[in-house]
Design a protein around this ligand. Structure first.
Ligand SMILES: C[S@@+](CC[C@H](N)C(=O)[O-])C[C@H]1O[C@@H](n2cnc3c(N)ncnc32)[C@H](O)[C@@H]1O
Length: 262
């Protein structure tokens, strides 16, 4: 049972804690688990879907650090620490990797210590900040990241919390404008094209948990990559983004992509 910090309200189910429950973590409260279980009745594979998105995060961060030579990561909407976090994945490939984590949930702030413990050569930092305030994020991230070198911007499961497409695109434009050519955007978000039950599941989430989340079609998600060069295989269902050789995984309602800033 986690201890509640001063701003953490255990009575209002929160997205970060629900996600943590589906990923097998223990940083969640009874109310979070009740909503999670209600959603599992509608989408029994929901925990597997969450784990598939995390597996994408693992593969894409490894690819960026090991194959594309990216050493800096800005992970906004990072969530609660889990068994393998962005800096650990990146620093396994390159011990010098530097990561800035950002989340606006006070429970993530209270539990952030494992996110800032990494290699001696690398560095990781945690910012309690809101995606809706990109200027604040960029200004604070300068303490850890060198914005003259490529940065991978990770928006993993967080743009769905920005319901308005124009607002989401404007935030993206502002963040990407601060990054040099050769930087990357990696994102995944929940969609509404594979399983009709996804819509019912998100209705439960939005009635009972915070913050609200909007499902987007892959077509709507693809607009977030405008002006960037999508890396093959493009925008695909998470398990289909560079699956293990010989595997042919089924589509799920979580789509992802990686793109390079020209
Ligand atoms: C679905 S979870 C994903 C967590 C993690 N990125 C992962 O892929 O496992 C979404 C996260 O975004 C955070 N979040 C939601 N709205 C946010 C905002 N406006 N600014 C920063 N973080 C936000 C939530 O607190 C939560 O931790």
């Amino acid at each position: 049972m986690p201890s509640a910090g001063p701003e953490v309200n255990p009575d209002v189910p929160q997205g970060a804690r629900i996600w943590n429950y589906w990923l097998g973590g223990e940083d969640n409260f009874a109310g979070d688990r009740r909503v999670s279980d209600e959603i599992l009745e509608v989408v029994p594979d929901m925990a597997l879907l969450a784990q598939a998105t995390r597996a994408f995060l693992n593969r894409v961060v490894h690819h960026l650090a090991a194959d594309l030579g990216v050493r800096q990561f800005l992970d906004i909407g990072s969530g609660l620490p889990t068994s393998d976090n962005t800096h650990q994945i990146a620093q396994r490939a390159d011990p010098k990797a530097r990561v800035v984590y950002v989340d606006n949930d006070p429970h993530v702030l209270a539990k952030a210590r494992p996110l800032v413990t990494g290699t001696e050569e690398g560095e990781s930092a945690y910012l309690s900040a809101d995606l809706r305030d990109p200027d604040n994020i960029i200004a604070a991230a300068h303490d850890t990241l060198d914005f003259t070198e490529p940065v991978a911007l990770l928006l993993m499961g967080v743009l769905g919390h920005i319901a308005d497409d124009n607002e989401a695109r404007a935030l993206l434009r502002r963040l990407l404008a601060a990054l040099p050519s050769g930087s990357y955007l990696a994102l995944y978000d929940a969609t509404n094209v594979v399983d009709p039950a996804s819509v019912e599941a998100i209705e439960i989430w939005n009635r009972k948990a915070n913050p609200r989340y909007v499902l987007r079609s892959p077509t709507r998600l693809s607009a977030f990559f405008d002006g960037l060069d999508l890396v093959p295989p493009g925008l695909v269902s998470c398990p289909r983004w560079h699956p293990a050789p010989g595997a042919d995984p089924a589509e799920i309602d979580q789509f992802c992509g990686l793109a390079r800033k020209p």
